[in-house]
Design a protein around this ligand. Structure first.
Ligand code: EPU
Length: 428
C-alpha cells in the first residue's frame, strides 16, 4: 500500500499535458462490445479504472492488445459471456455500462450492482426504466441485475432525473435495437458526446448528443474504428486549481476550453487570470484568492466532480464562500480531512460554508474518494509543511501520472510505500 507525501509552499510553474477523459474511457471501452470488428482506441488514460475495464473485457473473452501507453486494440468478436461478477463490478461505478452494452449485443446482461465512490445513495432506477422501455425484463436475482429481452425495440424514454449513467446505458442498449429511441431530459456531459461520436464512427445513428434530447435510430451492425478519446475535463480543472492555489503560472495543454467554461468562470471570480488558446489554457494564480459561491449542476453547470478541489481554494480565500452540491446527497466527507489541516468549514447536508483562513497546515490525512483525494493533494501543495495522504488508491482510479505531472511544474510530491504493519485498517 502506498501514500503520497507532499511538501507544500512551492509555486507551480511550467506545462502540464492532460490525459484522455476517465468518464469517456469507461463508457467507450464497454461500448466496444457492440462492434463486430476490431477497434483501436487512442488517448486512453493510464488509470486503475481503465485497467479494471480492460480486465472485465478480457475475462468476457475479448482480445486486448496494448499498442503503446495510451493506445489499445480490442477485438470483441470472441466474447461469449454476458455476465460480470460482483468481484469486478464492485470496483467501479461504470461497470454498470456492461448492462447496456451486453443487453445491446446479446439481449441479455447479468451484472452485479456497481460500486464506485460513496456519495450517499446511488440508485440505478433510471437505467432500469430505460431498459424496460426498450422491452427488457429486469429482475434482481441472487444479488445480480438480470436483464433480458427477445428483441430490444426503440422507444421514448423520459428520465425523471438528469443522469449521466442512465443516459449512457440507454444509448448503449438502443444502438442496435429495432427502430428509434428518444431519450428526453438526457445528460449533456462532454463524455456523452464522446461516446456518441465513438459509436457513430462505427456506423451508429445517434443525433442530439450534447442536448437534452438524444435520438438513436437502431442499426444492424457496427464496424471497426480508430477513435481518440477527448481530454479529461476534471483532470484539467484539478490542475487549473493547482496553479491558482499555489499562486502559480501553468500552461494546461491538450484541453477543450469549451468544456471548462464553468470552471474558468469560477476561477476568474476568485481572482485567477485564465488565458484561453485553441487547445490549451494558461492559469495564473492570484496573490490570495477571493471568496465565491458555487452550486454544482449537471453540464453545462459547475461539475460536482470539481467541488472538493474548489473547496481547497476557497479554504484559503479571503472571506466566506458557500458550496451547494445539488447533484449528490453526501459529497462533503472530505471536509473532516481539510479541517485537520486548519480549514474552517461547516457542513449542513448538501451545503458547506467555508470561512477562508490564511494558510493550511500540512498533516496526515486520507483520501475519502477520488476527487476528495485530488483535493488533499491540492491542500498539501498550498499548505505550510508536509502532508501525508493515505488511501491513494482512490486517486489512482482517475489521475494518470499525477506525481510526474506535478513534479514537472515544481511541485514536491512523492509516492512512498507504507510497510504492511503500519497500515491502519479502514473503518467498515
Ligand atoms: N440518479 C438516480 N437514479 C439513477 C441514476 C442517478 O436517482 O438511476 C441520481 C443520483 O443519485 C445522483 C444524480 O442522479 O443524485 C446524478 O447521477 P448520475 O447518474 O449522473 O451519476 P453517475 O453516472 O453515477 C457520473 C460520473 C460521476 C459524476 C456524476 C455526475 C462516471 C463514471 N461517473 O456518475 O463522476 O459525479 O456522473 O456528474 O461518469 C468522478 O469522476 O469522480 C465521478 C464520481
Amino acid at each position: 500500500m502506498d501514500k503520497f507525501v507532499v511538501k507544500g509552499g512551492k509555486r507551480l510553474e511550467g506545462e502540464i499535458t492532460i490525459s484522455g477523459a476517465k468518464n469517456a474511457a469507461v463508457a467507450i471501452l464497454p461500448a466496444v462490445l457492440l462492434c463486430d470488428e476490431v477497434c483501436r482506441i487512442e488517448n486512453v488514460p493510464e488509470i486503475s479504472d481503465v485497467s479494471v475495464m480492460i480486465r472485465i473485457l478480457y475475462e468476457l473473452g475479448a482480445k486486448v492488445k496494448m499498442i503503446n501507453r495510451d493506445t489499445i486494440e480490442i477485438d470483441p468478436t470472441g466474447v461469449g459471456s454476458c455476465m460480470v461478477s460482483a468481484d469486478m463490478s464492485n470496483r467501479m461505478r461504470a461497470s454498470s455500462y456492461f448492462m447496456g452494452a451486453m443487453l445491446g449485443r446479446f439481449n441479455r446482461a447479468k451484472v452485479a450492482p456497481p460500486g464506485g465512490c460513496d456519495f450517499g445513495v446511488r440508485p440505478i432506477d433510471q437505467h432500469i426504466k430505460g431498459f424496460e422501455a426498450l422491452g427488457a425484463k429486469v429482475v434482481i436475482d441472487n444479488g445480480m441485475v438480470d436483464a433480458k429481452a427477445d428483441q430490444l425495440i426503440g422507444a421514448p424514454v423520459y428520465l425523471d432525473k438528469v443522469s449521466v449513467g442512465a443516459t449512457i446505458n440507454i444509448i448503449l442498449a438502443s444502438v442496435k435495437a429495432r427502430g428509434m429511441t428518444v431519450i428526453e431530459n438526457a445528460a449533456k456531459e462532454p463524455h456523452i458526446v464522446d461516446l456518441a461520436n465513438f459509436l457513430n464512427s462505427m456506423g451508429a445513428d445517434i443525433m442530439g448528443a450534447g442536448t437534452n434530447v438524444i435520438k438513436i435510430r437502431g442499426v444492424r451492425s457496427l464496424h471497426g474504428t480508430t477513435y481518440s478519446i477527448i481530454p479529461d475535463q476534471i483532470e484539467a480543472g484539478t490542475y487549473m486549481v493547482a496553479a491558482a492555489v499555489t499562486g502559480g503560472n501553468v500552461l494546461i495543454k491538450n484541453v477543450i476550453p469549451k468544456h471548462l467554461e464553468s470552471i474558468i468562470a469560477k476561477l476568474v471570480e476568485t481572482g485567477a487570470t485564465v488565458e484561453q488558446y485553441d487547445d490549451s489554457l494558461r492559469v495564473i494564480g492570484p496573490e490570495r484568492p477571493k471568496h465565491c459561491n458555487i452550486i454544482t449542476l449537471p453540464h453545462p453547470g459547475f461539475p460536482t466532480d470539481m467541488q472538493p478541489q474548489m473547496a481547497v481554494l476557497l479554504s484559503v480565500a479571503e472571506g466566506t464562500s458557500i458550496i451547494t452540491d445539488s447533484v449528490w446527497d453526501n459529497r462533503f466527507r472530505y471536509v473532516d480531512q481539510l479541517t485537520i489541516m486548519g480549514a474552517q468549514i461547516q457542513v449542513d447536508g448538501r451545503v458547506a460554508v467555508i470561512s477562508g483562513v490564511e494558510k493550511l497546515k500540512g498533516a496526515p490525512v486520507a483520501a475519502t474518494d477520488l476527487r476528495a483525494g485530488a483535493a488533499m493533494i491540492l491542500a498539501g501543495l498550498c499548505a505550510d509543511g508536509v502532508t501525508e495522504i493515505e488511501n491513494i488508491e482512490y486517486i489512482d482510479r482517475g489521475y494518470s501520472n499525477v506525481v510526474e505531472k506535478l513534479n514537472a511544474v515544481g511541485g514536491d510530491i512523492k509516492r512512498v510505500n507504507i510497510p504492511p504493519q503500519n497500515v491502519i485498517p479502514q473503518a467498515l
